[in-house]
Design a protein around this ligand. Structure first.
Ligand code: BTN
Length: 245
């Protein structure tokens, strides 16, 4: 994976470039990286701050042959892969906040957005968009992100990291995790995810499109949904939402 590689100085969003390439038939593993995004996007319609030369803003084309309903599994797969890669290049204590934010000491260092297109209920292509705050300094963060975001550099005493090495580690782990997923199924990924996640065993408040719910996170369900145990013992599956630890 990582071939072919499309490198851009500045784009709107690497997601849009990768989607256009996928629609033209680009193979699985095709990677789009930009030095800067002028309209990077996050989950739930949010913007993704993507200043030039400081981070890794990338989108990877995947073509799993599977029903669309399994797409959340790919998001968790990407979170596991990036988490493992960042730990290996930095020695930082990086963990996953469900579903797919990577945090260091409660601050976000990476966000992941998987967008997919379907045909007859099957995935035609899935685009894994990954934004990693590698070398941002505190002054690169806009006011509203100062207390909630961080970067690998800020967490490593100000020493900048080689972005090429970080990106290579990420792509390598993505390919390895995808292979594990293809050979052993989602259960293998879920086990790795649970070991890297902060929220398992904790009492959580989750803001979902259906309202606010509380419960103790017990693990992941078959499609990557978070399982929340209620006070009366019932297990409630949560498919989308925002965790408040
Ligand atoms: C989130 O945490 O809300 C997800 C953020 C995803 C950001 C990445 S950066 C590369 C790719 N291009 C985008 O426009 N978004 C994703």
């Amino acid at each position: 994976w990582g071939q072919p590689l499309h490198l851009f100085p500045s784009v709107g969003s690497t997601q849009d470039i990768a989607r256009a390439l996928a629609e033209e038939g680009a193979p699985e593993g095709t990677l789009v990286i930009a030095e800067e995004q002028t309209s990077g996007r996050g989950r739930q319609g949010r913007r993704w701050h993507s200043p030039p030369g400081r981070g890794i803003w990338m989108s990877l084309i995947m073509r799993p042959v599977q029903p669309l309903q399994y797409t959340p599994q790919l998001t968790l797969l990407a979170a596991v892969a990036v988490c493992r890669a960042l730990r290996s290049v930095s020695n930082l204590d990086i963990g996953i906040k469900w579903p797919n934010d990577l945090l260091i000491d409660g601050r976000k260092v990476c966000g992941i957005l998987v967008e997919s297109a379907a045909e007859d209920g099957y995935v035609r292509h899935a685009i894994a968009g990954i934004g990693i705050d590698v070398n941002l300094a505190a002054e690169d963060l806009p006011e509203e992100l100062q207390t909630i975001a961080t970067s690998l550099r800020m967490e490593s005493g100000g020493e900048p990291l080689d972005r090429t090495l970080v990106a290579a580690a990420v792509v390598q782990e993505l390919e390895a995790m995808y292979q594990l997923y293809s050979e052993q199924g989602f259960a293998a990924i879920a086990a790795l995810w649970e070991a890297l996640a902060f929220s398992i065993g904790q009492h959580l408040t989750v803001h979902t499109p259906q309202g606010v719910i509380h419960g103790t996170a017990t693990g992941l369900g078959n499609n990557g949904e978070l399982l929340l145990q209620q006070e009366d013992g019932r297990i409630l599956p949560v498919y989308s939402g925002e965790i408040h630890l």
